[in-house]
Ligand binder design. Structure first.
Ligand code: ADP
Ligand code: MG
Length: 272
């Protein structure tokens, strides 16, 4: 019997928080006249973690940026296809990019908190940028840091600068900042590549925990990590002078245990 469970803090405006399914249909991407991604159709189920794997340069980061409309920030970039968030195309006419970026958060390889800003203000920075209001800021700060696994370490120094934290803590602060906006989906582009093994494991634990409430899509070069955190895997590959494509996707068990394509088999077994 949980009588004292804290009430989840809700930010005002937008759809209710909670995991949402994300799906790409026939996504193509160009930089200038160069096609870098061809026909990517991928379902990323709610409440589950999808890992995108494959060699460098095959378009994984580009695909991730297409999923929250950051791709269009590059002047030479264009795309075709659809991205459905709970069935609604985020590229439909009249749909604002800002709305997609609120619902679909992003965490990058290099932790990027505002270094001189306090830990507390870092957590609230995403909300502020989005112009979203929250009645109980302290509650939201605690809840977000707690979900990112950082609350206990920083509760006594919420007013110290974000830049004073260790690399792993900074990355968890960035996760807290993303979660504070209460997105439906969290995209993570090699979030542990710059971190030591201990910090990496803590972030993996956080990923598994938050996937209850947020759909997670993670790019990783770490095959053990993909197996530890993901339910689904998509293997991307680009031939020489060819665009990136999804060679194979399926359950993580299937991709690692019995891949259908020999190129997937070689890649997941470290032959690349
Ligand atoms: P990955 O994340 O799998 O390493 P990327 O999505 O970063 O791959 O890159 C896919 C391809 O698109 C690469 O050939 C890369 O050089 C190219 N590319 C990425 N970003 C840009 C850009 N801003 N302008 C031009 N080409 C780009
Ligand atoms: Mg990349």
């Amino acid at each position: 019997e949980i009588l004292d469970a804290p009430q989840p803090v809700r930010v005002v405006g937008g759809p209710p928080p909670g995991a949402a399914a994300l799906e790409s249909r026939g996504v193509h991407a160009w930089f200038g006249d160069r096609l870098v991604l061809e026909d990517v159709s991928l379902a990323m189920p709610a409440h589950e973690v999808t890992a995108l794997i494959g060699p460098s340069g095959c378009g994984k980061s580009t695909f991730l940026r297409i999923l929250n409309r950051m791709h269009e920030l590059v002047p030479s970039a264009s795309l075709a296809g659809e991205v459905l968030l709970d069935g609604a195309d985020i590229y439909a006419e009249g749909t604002r990019a800002q709305h997609a970026r609120l619902r679909i958060g992003m965490v990058f390889q290099k932790p990027n908190p505002f270094p001189a800003m306090s830990i507390r203000d870092n957590v609230l920075a995403g909300l502020k940028l989005a112009g979203v209001k929250c009645g109980d800021k302290d509650g939201l700060v605690e809840q977000s840091l707690e979900r990112a696994g950082l609350w206990r370490e920083v509760r006594d120094r919420l007013h110290s600068p974000g830049g004073a934290l260790s690399g792993g803590q900074q990355q968890r602060l960035c996760i807290a900042r993303s979660l504070a906006v209460q997105p439906n989906v969290l995209l993570m582009d090699e979030p542990c590549s710059a971190l030591d093994p201990t910090s990496t494991r803590r972030i993996e634990q956080t990923i598994v925990e938050i996937s209850d409430e947020v759909t997670v899509v993670i790019v990783t070069h770490n095959m053990q990590q993909a197996q530890r955190v993901s339910h689904h895997c998509a293997f991307f590959l680009a031939g020489e002078n060819e665009p990136g494509r999804v060679v194979e996707h399926g359950s993580t068990e299937q991709i690692f245990g019995e891949p259908e394509d020999s190129r997937t088999h070689d890649y997941v077994n470290g032959r690349f």
